[in-house]
Design a protein around this ligand. Structure first.
Ligand code: HEC
Length: 123
């Protein structure tokens, strides 16, 4: 009797733990749950350096990417969170062009995740 109760309690704790783990993985700008951040981060870094024109690195400094552009703000200092990066990519800002016709949602999400994490702006 006692053992079955504790087994049930254990199961409940396990369910709670997996719910919490799932919650931690959910990213606000992502339409789907990010199962693996590292693939997204790698895509974000690649796009930051090349693959879309003009590349972010032409205009921005971001130490983690080895980028030393000096037209836009130094991202290591700005520390934008992912939502702020995604917004700048979709809408453009000042001299920065909009990327909404050049990048799809997954690419914008990957760049936003990468830039926010690499700059220290991720919350
Ligand atoms: C032609 C130069 C140029 C390119 C290319 C460029 N940016 Fe920018 N970016 C700027 C400038 C200039 C600003 C500042 C705009 C302002 O505040 O008026 C800026 C601002 C930003 C901001 C801050 C937005 C905010 O809310 O203050 C982020 C984040 C950013 N850029 C990320 C990127 C990423 C990621 C890429 C590559 C997809 C990129 N930028 C490409 C010039 C550029």
């Amino acid at each position: 009797m006692r053992s079955s109760t504790s087994r049930r309690r254990g199961l409940r704790a396990l369910t709670l733990a997996s719910l919490l783990a799932l919650g931690g993985l959910a990213w606000p700008v992502l339409p789907v749950l990010a199962a693996d951040d590292s693939a997204q981060l790698a895509l974000g870094k690649k796009l930051f350096l090349q693959g879309v024109a003009p590349s972010c690195a032409v205009c921005h400094t971001l130490q983690a990417a080895g980028a030393e552009g000096a037209v836009g703000p130094v991202l290591d200092e700005l520390k934008p969170d992912a939502a702020r990066v995604a917004k700048a990519l979709r809408n453009g800002l000042g001299q920065m062009p909009s990327y909404k016709d050049k990048l799809n949602d997954a690419e914008i999400a990957a760049l936003a995740l990468y830039v926010s994490k690499a700059s220290g702006g991720a919350k």
